[in-house]
Write a protein that binds this ligand. Structure first.
Ligand code: URA
Length: 236
């Protein structure tokens, strides 16, 4: 079935200008379909089959975008910020203007962050009921106590009477480990180690549900999700 959309919305969604600017461009004859100038902004077009040209450049419609970012430190997990660069600012070649990060990593946390405009998928990934596993690589300022592994598995009670769900700790050496948690409370990993008197000195997320950080992505780099990654996420 055809998916119809107004021409001015099509162009505005694809970042060709504000609704007023693209209406103006259409009226001035800068927009064409099949070599025919279209001068009415209300013209309905099938977004799946039509290619619109603006100033001779083809603009195909992208409904949803999914990027895997290796988040660097010093950048905030938000769509806009007065002080800091946001994770969205790092996605240079985006088509959509409505991208957002799925969940948050602290400003000093690195690693896997999904960026999309697919609200349904984000909702499912973040839903507390879904218990999506998130694995972090953690470096600490001091030795991880011997009882930490067992206690984290049982769940520990942080402030405000919040008891964590069973978390898996895999020691790499005395002060580094992988920790897999199922929730995503504020500063959760840092708070879980504070409970044992350890301070996190470096934190990097390496997986979220079926999605694993692509090791070829340098810090600050991103790529589109593969079809397979997307299918796995959508089948959650
Ligand atoms: N836990 C934290 O403490 N910080 C993060 O950024 C993510 C999980």
């Amino acid at each position: 079935m055809a998916k119809l959309m107004r021409l001015d919305k099509y162009l505005a969604d694809m970042g060709c200008g504000t609704r007023t600017q693209v209406k103006d461009a259409i009226k001035k004859g800068r927009v064409s379909i099949n070599d025919e100038k279209i001068k009415s902004p209300e013209t309905k077009i099938d977004i799946e089959t039509t290619i619109v040209y603006m100033d001779g450049q083809p603009i195909s419609y992208v409904q949803t975008e999914y990027y895997m970012l290796n988040k660097p430190q010093g950048v905030v997990s938000a769509t806009e910020d007065r002080k800091y660069k946001t994770v969205i600012d790092l996605i240079d070649d985006k088509s959509r203007k409505d991208l957002f990060p799925v969940g948050r990593l602290d400003i000093d946390t690195e690693g896997l962050l999904l960026i999309t405009n697919d609200g349904d998928l984000a909702h499912r990934l973040l839903s507390p009921k879904k218990h999506v596993d998130k694995t972090y690589y953690v470096e600490l300022d001091s030795k991880i106590p011997a009882n930490a592994k067992e206690e984290m598995l049982q769940g520990i009670t942080l402030e405000e009477e919040f008891k964590t769900m069973p978390a898996t700790l895999e020691l790499l050496n005395e002060t580094t480990c992988y920790l897999t948690i199922r929730e995503g409370k504020f500063h959760q990993v840092k708070r879980m180690f504070e409970y044992f008197g350890c301070t996190v000195t470096y934190l990097k997320r390496i997986s979220m549900g079926p999605l694993t950080l692509d090791e070829t992505l340098k810090v600050g780099e991103y790529r589109l999700l593969t079809k397979e990654e997307l299918l796995q996420l959508k089948s959650l």
